[in-house]
Design a protein around this ligand. Structure first.
Ligand code: THU
Length: 139
C-alpha cells in the first residue's frame, strides 16, 4: 500500500488545477499488480473537469485491464477526501469492492467502495448483471 500511495503522490505532480488549486493524484492497482496513474484535469468550462480517479481508471481500462484491487488518492486537503459520487459510480462499474485509500499527507483513511456507494446504478439484462464480470454492457 505504501508503494501505491507513493505512485498517487507522484501522479499529483501532473495535476492541472489552475481554477481550484486543489491538486489530486490517484494510482489504481490491477488484480495482476500493475499500477496506472491519474491526476485531475480542470477546464475553463468548469463542469468538464475530470477527477484523478477517473483518469487513472480510464488509463488502466484503455491498457486492457478490467479487474482492480485498490486505488490510492493523494491530496493536501486538511482531512483525507473520498472519491466524488461520479467517480464512485465509475469505479463500481469494474470493482464494487475496491479498497479506497486516501492520503492527505498527515492523515490517511481507508474505505471499501461498497461502503461509499452501497447501491450503484447497473443495467440488468436477461437475468444477468452486465457490469464488471466480463466488462461488457451489451451482447
Ligand atoms: N477532484 C478529484 O480529482 N478527485 C476527487 O475525488 C474530488 C475532486 C478534483 C476535481 C477538481 O479539479 C478539484 O478536485 C476540486 O474539486
Amino acid at each position: 500500500m505504501e508503494e501505491l500511495i507513493r505512485e498517487a503522490e507522484g501522479a499529483r505532480a501532473g495535476a492541472y488545477a489552475p481554477y481550484s488549486q486543489f491538486r489530486v493524484g490517484a494510482a489504481i492497482e490491477t488484480e495482476s499488480g500493475e499500477v496506472f496513474r491519474g491526476c485531475n484535469v480542470e477546464n475553463a468550462s468548469f463542469g468538464l473537469t475530470i477527477c484523478a480517479e477517473r483518469v487513472a481508471l480510464a488509463a488502466a481500462v484503455a491498457a486492457g485491464h478490467r479487474r482492480f484491487r485498490r486505488i490510492a488518492i493523494s491530496t493536501r486537503a486538511e482531512v483525507p477526501t473520498p472519491p466524488c459520487g461520479a467517480c464512485r459510480q465509475v469505479l463500481a462499474e469494474f470493482a464494487p469492492e475496491l479498497e479506497v485509500l486516501s492520503d492527505a499527507g498527515e492523515l490517511r483513511q481507508l474505505w471499501r467502495l461498497d461502503e461509499l456507494l452501497p447501491v450503484r446504478f447497473a443495467l440488468k439484462r436477461a437475468g444477468r448483471d452486465g457490469t464488471h464480470d466480463d466488462g461488457r454492457m451489451d451482447g
